[in-house]
Design a protein around this ligand. Structure first.
Ligand code: PLP
Length: 432
C-alpha cells in the first residue's frame, strides 16, 4: 500500500478487523467509538443491514453496466437525490467521489459561461484532483499549485479568526462580502466562471457562515453572471441536521456537488446536481465529460437504500435533535471545564472545537500546519482519546465532533465523556 497524504515510512496504519454502527475494532480487541464517521461519510454508521442487503441484491441482479444506459438503481438514485436537492437542481451527473464532482462542476461552469477563472475560499477543502486541489485553501494545495489552474482565493467569513476588523457576525458578513466584491472587481468580473464554496466549510474548521453571507454571494453571482457552486460533499445528506446545508440559509446554487453521505460511502459515489439553466446549455451541445463508472449500479443501489433508511429511521432529524440536545450542551459544559477550548461551533452532527493555548489571545494550541514536535500537544490529545476508546477527527489545532448522523444519545454521551478526559491532556499545554 502507498498511503494518501503521508510520508510512507512514518505511518503505521491500524489494522481494522470489523465495524458496526458507530463503532469499529482492531485485531487486538480494542474497540473505538468513531467520532469521525470515517472521513465524515458514514452518515448511517457501518454495516447497516438494509444497505448491505441492497448492495448484495444488486450484485446478484446486475452488478455493473456502462453509463450510457438506463439502469434501474441509477435512475432511482437520481430521482431520490433530485427530489431532495433545493430549487431546480434537478439533473444529476454521477461521479465516483467528491473531487470528480468538483472537477465536473467547474467544467460545466466554464462551458456555460465561456469564462475560465474560478474563485474559492482560503480555509476550504475540495478534493485531491488537479482542479479540486487547486481550489482547496489549505497546505495540501501547495505542491500542486503552479499558478496555471485559473483559481483565485479569497477570505470567507470566520469571526473567531477573522481576516477583517470585525467584532460581530454582521460586520464580518458585510466585510467578507465587500472583500469578495473587491476581489471580483480586481480579477475582472467578465473573466470569472464560478465561485465555489463549501456551504459550511468542513475539514477547514466547520465555520457556519453568518446570516446573509450566502444570500449575498448568490446576489453577487447573479449580478455578474457567475455560476454559484456549493460543495456539499461533506455537509450534505443529513450532516448538518438538514438534507443539505443550503437549506439553513435559504439559498439555491446553480450547481451542487455531493458524495460521501449519499450512500454512507459503502460504494464510491458522488455527483453534481445541475440547475435547469445549466442543464439547458447541454441540451443540444454535448457535455464533454464522463466516467466509466458514472452511476455504478452497486453505488446507486447503495444510495437508494441509504436514502430510504434515512427517511424510515429519521436520520436527518436525529442529527438535528442529538446535535441540539446532547452535543451542543455537552460541548458547552466541556468548554467550562477546559481552558484549551477556545471556541465551539457547529450544528447537527457537524461540530468543531478550536483548541487554543490562551483563550484571550486565541493563539492556536499548535501553529498552522505544524508537524513533529510542534504538533505534540494535538498528538497527545489524540492519543488520550484513543486510550479512552474514542477515535477522534483531528485537523491542525482542532478536533471535530462528526459521529454518524444516527448516533444514539448514549453513544454521543460516551464520546463526550472520553473527550472530557482527553481534553485534560490538551489543557496541560495552555499558557494562560
Ligand atoms: N469537497 C469537500 C467539501 C470534501 O470535504 C471532500 C473530501 O473530504 C471533497 C470535496 C473530496 O471528496 P473525495 O475525497 O470523495 O474526492
Amino acid at each position: 500500500m502507498f498511503h494518501s497524504w503521508s510520508a510512507q515510512g512514518l505511518i503505521d496504519p491500524l489494522a481494522v478487523a470489523g465495524a458496526e454502527g458507530s463503532y469499529f475494532w482492531d485485531y487486538e480487541g480494542n474497540r473505538y467509538l468513531d467520532f469521525t464517521s470515517g472521513l465524515v461519510f458514514t452518515n448511517i454508521g457501518y454495516q447497516h443491514p438494509k444497505v448491505v442487503a441492497a448492495i448484495q441484491e444488486q450484485a446478484a441482479k446486475l452488478s455493473t453496466f456502462a453509463p450510457a444506459f438506463a439502469v434501474e438503481p441509477r435512475s432511482e438514485a437520481a430521482r431520490l437525490i433530485a427530489e431532495r436537492t433545493p430549487g431546480d437542481l434537478d439533473k444529476i451527473f454521477f461521479t465516483n467521489g467528491g473531487a470528480e464532482a468538483v472537477e465536473n462542476a467547474v467544467r460545466m461552469a466554464r462551458l456555460h459561461t465561456g469564462r475560465h477563472k474560478v474563485l474559492a475560499a482560503y480555509r476550504s477543502y475540495h478534493g485531491g484532483t488537479t482542479t479540486a486541489i487547486n481550489l482547496t485553501g489549505d497546505p495540501r494545495r501547495w505542491a500542486s499549485d503552479n499558478g496555471t489552474s485559473g483559481t483565485v482565493h479569497f477570505w470567507a467569513p470566520f469571526l473567531y479568526r477573522s481576516a477583517f476588523y470585525a467584532e460581530n457576525e454582521a460586520e464580518e458578513c458585510a466585510r467578507a462580502l465587500q472583500h469578495l466584491e473587491d476581489t471580483i472587481a480586481f480579477e475582472g468580473p467578465a473573466a470569472i466562471a464560478a465561485i465555489v464554496l463549501e456551504t459550511i466549510p468542513g475539514t477547514a474548521g466547520i465555520m457556519t457562515p453568518p446570516p446573509g453571507y450566502l444570500a449575498g454571494v448568490r446576489e453577487i453571482c447573479d449580478r455578474y453572471g457567475i455560476v454559484f457552486v456549493l460543495d456539499e460533499v461533506m455537509a450534505g445528506f443529513g450532516r448538518t441536521g438538514k438534507w443539505f446545508a443550503a437549506e439553513h440559509f435559504d439559498v439555491v446554487p446553480d450547481l451542487m456537488t455531493f458524495a460521501k453521505g449519499v450512500n454512507s460511502g459503502y460504494v464510491p459515489l458522488g455527483g453534481v446536481a445541475i440547475s435547469g439553466a445549466i442543464a439547458e446549455t447541454f441540451e443540444k451541445r454535448p457535455y464533454p465529460g464522463g466516467l466509466t463508472y458514472s452511476g455504478h449500479p452497486l453505488a446507486c443501489a447503495a444510495a437508494v437504500a441509504t436514502i430510504q433508511v434515512m427517511e424510515e429511521e429519521r436520520v436527518v432529524e436525529n442529527a438535528a435533535v442529538i446535535g441540539e440536545t446532547v452535543i451542543a450542551p455537552g460541548l458547552r459544559a466541556l468548554a467550562e471545564r477546559h481552558p484549551s477550548i477556545g471556541e465551539i461551533r457547529g450544528t447537527g452532527m457537524f461540530w468543531a472545537l478550536d483548541l487554543v493555548k490562551d483563550r484571550e489571545t486565541r493563539e492556536p494550541l499548535v501553529p498552522y500546519n505544524a508537524s513533529g514536535e510542534a504538533n505534540a500537544p494535538m498528538a497527545a490529545f489524540g492519543a488520550a482519546c484513543k486510550k479512552n476508546g474514542l477515535w477522534p477527527f483531528i485537523n491542525m489545532n482542532r478536533t471535530h465532533v462528526v459521529p454518524p448522523c444516527n448516533v444514539t444519545e448514549a453513544e454521543a454521551k460516551e464520546g463526550l465523556a472520553a473527550l472530557d478526559i482527553a481534553l485534560s491532556a490538551a489543557d496541560e499545554h495552555t499558557t494562560a
